[in-house]
Design a binder for this molecule. Structure first.
Ligand code: KG4
Ligand code: ZN
Length: 357
């Protein structure tokens, strides 16, 4: 079992992805194909579930075929098929799960069901040597902010999570308010490079010790909304009865505006401050030998820098290409499930609200 080839399939949100992983016994990426729907959803300022599932249906076949071709392997060279079964959008998850089931059935291959949040952490398994346990993981994405103690493969303890918005979601919403486009994380990071992070005093929610290891980002998002309103001189008084009022999406600055870059820098700083404070506190309290960063927001350079500086132990960061959704992490997580004999049956169903544990 220390040698295997795994096909990974991912379709939980707006990326259709497939990858072939070879374990011999180090993990080698033979191929990784990601078809992103970013450009399609950009015009709506966020992911439209109906549109997403239709694109997955169009792309899943070609994406899997391309991953197999690039890896130069045939179906008979595979040992298992691993697929994301949750959490995510039901209609999107179904496309990947049905494709995986079809391949597993047709080729008589073991099927492995993978939890998308757990899989993000496995983007860190391409370092040599692999991460030591117990590992403290900060998983930050468009849907999650989880501070997790991983005792071993498959053994997770949730120490803290977000009480409202996920950080990626906050980045996306703030970017929309600032007229910076979608996805918001990379757009804010870009705009922030020319902005002053101290220009606006935005709240650092839930950073106090008595809040434990939980996060909160919705107050920050509202503060950005108010700052945008104030900058444009719009009065945020009570709405007259029956009036529609201002929707957040109707007021925004234009991208090149220095007020937008200052707000972007101040916002990014506030998100990073909150994530760093809680992660450092948990690393000290649990005395872990290393900390791993994961999820789409792990691509954020300020977060990487600040966390690495503040932690008392080394920080592991995935390669940028493996931070946002991909199928390499699904295949890697799937391999350890497969090795532990945790196989799914062909009646596997999607679980859109699947939790980390
Ligand atoms: O992990 P992911 O691809 O999808 C989910 O599982 O949610 O994460 C996507 C999220 C988006 O909200 C995106 O804005 C954010 O990750 N993101 C970033 C950066 N790159 C992507 N956030 C901050 N800085 C970045 N450089
Ligand atoms: Zn993800």
């Amino acid at each position: 079992m220390s040698h295997a080839r795994i096909l990974g399939i991912e379709s939980s949100c707006d990326e259709t992805a497939a990858a072939v992983l070879q374990v011999s016994p180090d993990l080698h990426i033979l191929s990784s194909v990601v078809a992103s729907q970013e450009a399609i959803h950009a015009r709506y300022g966020g992911v439209v579930p109906e549109v997403a599932s239709r694109q997955h249906v169009r792309w899943i076949g070609p994406v899997i075929r391309q991953a197999m071709t690039e890896a130069a392997v045939g179906w008979d060279d595979l040992d298992a098929v691993a697929v994301t079964y949750g959490p995510g959008l039901a209609g999107s998850l179904l496309v990947g799960v049905n494709a995986a089931k079809a391949i597993a059935y047709a080729r008589g291959l073991p099927l492995v069901a993978v939890n998308h949040i757990q899989a993000h952490v496995y983007a860190n398994w391409f370092h040599d040597p692999p991460p030591p346990f117990p590992l403290l993981c900060l998983i930050v994405s468009g849907g999650h902010a989880d501070l997790v103690l991983m005792a071993d493969h498959g053994r997770y303890e949730l120490l803290g999570h977000t009480l409202d918005d996920a950080p990626g979601e906050a980045f996306d919403k703030a970017a929309r308010l600032l007229g910076l486009g979608y996805p918001g994380g990379p757009a804010i990071q870009r705009a922030a490079t020319t902005g002053d992070p101290h220009a606006y005093a935005l709240p650092r929610a839930a950073q106090r010790a008595r809040d434990g290891y939980d996060f909160s980002f919705s107050g920050l998002k509202t503060a950005v909304l108010h700052a945008v309103r104030d900058e444009l001189g719009l009065v945020a008084g009570p709405r007259p009865r029956g009036a529609k009022g201002l929707k957040p999406t109707q007021i925004h600055l234009t991208a090149g505006d220095p007020r937008a870059t200052d707000l972007a820098a101040s916002f990014q700083q506030a998100v990073v401050d909150a994530l760093v404070a809680k992660t450092v506190a948990a690393a000290e309290a649990y005395g872990v030998p290393q900390v791993a960063l994961a999820g789409g927001v792990a691509a954020n350079l300020l977060l990487r820098q600040r966390l690495a500086q503040a932690l008392p132990v080394p920080l592991l960061c995935p390669p940028i290409s493996l931070c946002t959704d991909n199928a390499v992490m699904i295949a890697a997580c799937g391999y350890f499930r497969y090795r532990a004999g945790e196989l799914a049956s062909l009646d596997l169903d999607v679980v859109p609200s699947l939790s980390l544990t």
